[in-house]
Design a protein around this ligand. Structure first.
Ligand code: AMP
Ligand code: GLY
Length: 425
């Protein structure tokens, strides 16, 4: 079987690594891919939103299955276009992926179906949003409705900050159309976890729970990033009743909501949850695998991923085997100094050969890398993710940092507290 993976980050390298282990996969193409995916298959330099170009590629290379990594490709309608061409593709249609690309749509969906989330007001007119800011207690959270590359959420400590955020989004157009409508919601507190649920329209199956370390600095300080590391299971103590609350309080009403609204969702639903003192609440939905969550989830998945993705497309999820490794996994991201702001690229990466390429419990997932002649060089903010498995989080963490420290490039930056006991995510 020929497989096409859309995207070029650490998540896509982890997907390529996992799918390459499937006995039924003949060849993997990745668009655009990176230096890591180039080792597992063939990279094709196409943009993830170039739907027509990607379709052409799928036709030319007789692709049997396409797996979509990033949300932008979903929002561009890639699944709709491939399906209309009779092609098998893992991921929701543009309409179903609205759960990721419209926060207002999602908030309404959550409230309609009684799924716990932060109370919120939704606004299309700036004067209404500003008036609302004057009536609330602080902090408050101001969110752009649409996709804003992870930057569209502002935690406002006071009325001034909230009004500034509203004006930036709705008047100055800081996030373009994505910020023309806003959501202003209650500030919640508690640790955050990432759920990953496969959904085949009628059924759902949960993958192992993970945790993402979002801020750039240790102690969870500084700017938000795409994620500086991840752990599975999370390095926090989880309430005993969490599985049951997730099942009956979130997943069951979610599935009933899809059914009631005749929304066909096929693919991966990744709810970001906050474990508040009054129980788990949904902060957001993503309609794709998390990055860097995937880099700890897939190494813990012992079963073949290919039949799982196929069962998701075909509505056979209850029948598929999904064995999970009881060991823990930790992923440490090596970033370019300056990220998430501006940074330099083209730095030669050394030490990659110290990690055995076919290890079963230690992996280097490439993100912002490319081949430059014989060398692997940096090409992005998040450069590599080093994942290790261990008997417990402590062992996984020690092994991940030990391996990470064998890899060098100019300006290499990493957080030292990923999965450390008591560290804030
Ligand atoms: P989102 O894109 O909605 O997940 O928001 C990004 C980040 O902002 C989340 O991971 C949280 O850390 C924070 N956040 C979002 N909504 C809230 C909220 N209602 N209360 C507190 N923090 C929030
Ligand atoms: N790591 C968070 C995300 O993928 O959205």
């Amino acid at each position: 079987m020929n497989v096409l993976i859309i995207g070029g980050g650490g998540r896509e390298h982890a997907l390529a690594w996992k799918l390459a282990r499937s006995p039924d996969v003949k060849k993997i193409y990745c668009a655009p891919g990176n230096a890591g995916t180039a080792r597992r298959g063939e990279n094709v330099p196409l943009k993830i939103t170039d739907v027509e170009g990607l379709l052409q590629l799928a036709r030319e290379k007789s692709i049997d299955l396409t797996v979509v990594g990033p949300d932008d490709a979903l929002a561009a309608g890639i699944v709709d276009r491939f399906q209309a061409d009779g092609r098998r593709i893992f991921g929701p249609t543009r309409e179903a992926a609205r759960l990721e690309w419209s926060k207002i749509f999602t908030k309404d969906f959550l409230l309609r179906h009684g799924i716990p989330t932060a109370a919120a007001g939704r606004f299309e007119r700036v004067e209404d949003a500003l008036a609302f800011c004057g009536t609330r207690s602080y902090p408050l959270v101001v969110k752009a409705d649409g996709l804003a590359t992870g930057k569209g959420v502002i935690i406002a400590q006071d009325r001034d900050a909230a009004e500034r955020a509203v004006r930036e989004m709705m008047v100055a157009g800081r996030f373009g159309d994505a910020g023309r409508r806003v959501l202003i919601e209650e500030f919640l507190t508690g640790p955050e976890i990432s759920l990953h649920a496969l959904i085949d329209s009628a059924h759902h199956r949960l993958l192992p729970v993970a945790q993402d370390y979002k801020r750039v600095g240790e102690g969870n300080l500084g700017e938000n990033t795409g994620g500086m590391g991840s752990a599975s299971p999370p390095a926090i103590s989880l309430p005993n009743d969490l599985p049951q609350r997730v099942e009956t309080g979130i997943m069951q009403p979610f599935m009933a909501g899809l059914h009631a609204e005749k929304l066909r969702f096929q693919g991966l639903l990744f709810p970001g949850l906050m474990l508040t003192p009054t129980g788990p609440r949904v902060l957001e939905f993503n309609a794709r695998f998390g990055d860097p969550e995937t880099q700890v989830i897939l190494p813990r998945l012992q079963s073949d991923l290919l039949p799982i993705l196929e069962a998701t497309i075909d509505g056979r999820l209850p029948q598929v085997e999904m064995r999970v490794d009881p060991r823990a996994a930790v992923c440490v991201i090596l970033a370019s100094s300056g990220y998430p702001g501006s940074y330099e690229t083209g730095k030669i990466i050394t030490g990659l050969e110290t990690i055995p390429p076919d290890s079963d419990d230690l992996f280097v997932f490439h993100a912002g890398t490319r081949l430059d002649g014989e060398n692997v060089v940096t090409s992005g903010g998040r450069v590599l993710g080093v994942t290790a498995l261990g008997r417990d989080l402590g062992e996984a963490r020690d092994r991940a940092y030990d391996a990470a420290d064998r890899i060098a490039f100019e300006g290499r930056y990493l957080r030292r507290d990923i999965a450390a006991a008591g560290a804030v995510a």
